[in-house]
Ligand binder design. Structure first.
Ligand SMILES: Nc1nc2c(ncn2[C@@H]2O[C@H](COP(=O)(O)OP(=O)(O)OP(=O)(O)O)[C@@H](O)[C@H]2O)c(=O)[nH]1
Length: 406
């Protein structure tokens, strides 16, 4: 939340880690801030000029933050590479094993650094980072390479009213479900307001309700208080499930109180990330790869159709009967007279319609980039235009171009 003390919190966390001889890798992603009060390894302001973005694209402050982040996100792979180079070989091995990759393994055998924490400051406006495309790209890139934890910094004095508290928790809830990453709620500024009562609201519904009643009775002039109370009450009940997924810490970035608890909570959430979240992420990435391949397959079919060349891929698409295991499950088609019925219940496709059936999607036809390349070549070889040397050459060039760009 804007002004909750994120930058001050990171400044204190940075110095706390230094005092423990665990210097972090610090990144600033807020292009609009005037000054970063801690030493940054990567600062978005070094690569993007926020004021120029505003002028060049004729944007307001928030639009310029989003555009600056968009520009920066195009280089996020380089950022990840740079950080990977700071990792020790054993850390890198662990990451590569977890990600089933072998690349980068030998790049930094000489690295003696033992980097344990990467801290990232983000713009305060939720819509600029969490709900923007570049924000998703940046968080996804980090989360698919390193264990990633979100610290949601709450301005404790400003959240002493139950209504503001619930609105803030709804914000946090939306971030948790959007990013699908483990989250720590950090109650900041406890040097000016104690957070114990607010934290108790998260576990004790009666306490929260009496605080809400007290607040509304002291503010009787508000005509909508009845509606507001019942809404806030139901929301607090709804958020119970959300609270159970959180680690909560109270800190003062001003005095430095509570930062050992922050480190303990981070360790706890990293373990949680490795146990639960990573599996889910890998599933998502796998599904995304499958969807991408399907999309490429569809685009290829459309291209081949547009070029007017023959593609044997879409013919003979009916699955072989022997491949369908009908022994274990009774299906309607069991009652069909399959000998008399030519199609055995399979609907004929148009000649030019690509086959997206599950059987086909799992086959080797969609298995790799190579198979797509082969399909181009086969289609070109079968082309009616094969006699025309020039045209085939052009088609070959196009096929090469497309396979490179995919
Ligand atoms: N008393 C007190 N003040 C704090 C604490 N943490 C931050 N502040 C003050 O809160 C104000 C906002 O802090 P920032 O760190 O700039 O907040 P931010 O969330 O990074 O702000 P944006 O990036 O603009 O959203 C500053 O005046 C800080 O000095 C704290 O623990 N105690």
């Amino acid at each position: 939340m804007a002004g909750s003390g994120k930058t001050t919190f990171l400044q204190r966390l940075n110095s706390h880690l230094y005092s423990k001889h665990l210097p972090p890798y610090a990144i600033n992603l807020d292009p609009a801030c005037l000054k970063v009060p801690f030493g940054c390894n990567i600062d978005i302001r070094d690569s993007v000029n926020y004021k120029k973005v505003m002028q060049s694209y004729n944007l307001g402050p928030n639009g310029a933050i989003v555009t600056s982040l968009n520009l920066f996100s195009t280089k996020i792979d380089q950022v990840i590479d740079l950080i990977s180079k700071k990792l020790s070989p054993s850390q890198l091995n662990e990451i590569n094993q977890n990600n089933n990759q072998n690349n980068n393994q030998n790049n930094n055998q000489n690295s003696t650094e033992n980097l344990k924490h990467i801290i990232i400051d983000t713009p305060g406006q939720i819509e600029c980072f969490i709900w923007s495309a570049s924000g998703s790209i940046i968080t996804e890139s980090f989360a698919s390479t390193f264990p990633t934890v979100i610290a949601y910094v709450v301005d404790t004095p400003r959240n002493s009213s139950p209504t503001t508290f619930i609105s803030n928790m709804l914000y946090a809830c939306s971030i948790l479900y959007k990013t699908k990453l483990p989250m720590i709620i950090v109650f900041n500024k406890t040097d000016i307001h104690d957070s114990t009562e607010i934290i108790n609201w998260m576990t004790d519904f009666d306490l929260f309700q009496s605080a809400l009643n007290n607040a509304s009775s002291s503010n009787e002039s508000t005509t909508s208080s009845g509606y507001m109370n019942s809404l806030v009450n139901s929301m607090s009940l709804m958020l119970e499930e959300f609270y159970s997924q959180l680690d909560v810490v109270s800190v003062s970035s001003y005095t430095g109180k509570g930062f050992d608890n922050v480190l303990a909570a981070i360790d706890n959430k990293v373990t949680e990330f490795n146990h639960y979240y990573k599996k889910e992420r890998q599933q998502i990435i796998k599904q995304k790869k499958k969807d991408d391949l399907l999309k490429k397959e569809k685009n290829l079919s459309n291209l081949i159709k547009d070029l007017g060349i023959n593609d044997n891929h879409n013919h003979n698409h009916k699955p072989e009967k022997s491949k369908i295991n009908t022994d274990s499950v009774d299906v309607l088609s069991d009652y069909d007279n399959s000998d008399n019925d030519e199609n055995s219940g399979w609907v004929d496709r148009d000649d030019d319609e690509p086959d997206y059936s599950p059987l086909n999607t799992q086959s080797t036809k969609l298995g790799s980039q190579k198979s797509l390349q082969k399909r181009y070549q086969d289609a070109l070889n079968n082309s009616n235009h094969s006699n025309n040397k020039n045209q085939t050459e052009i088609l070959n060039q196009m096929a090469n171009y497309i396979s490179k760009t995919q």
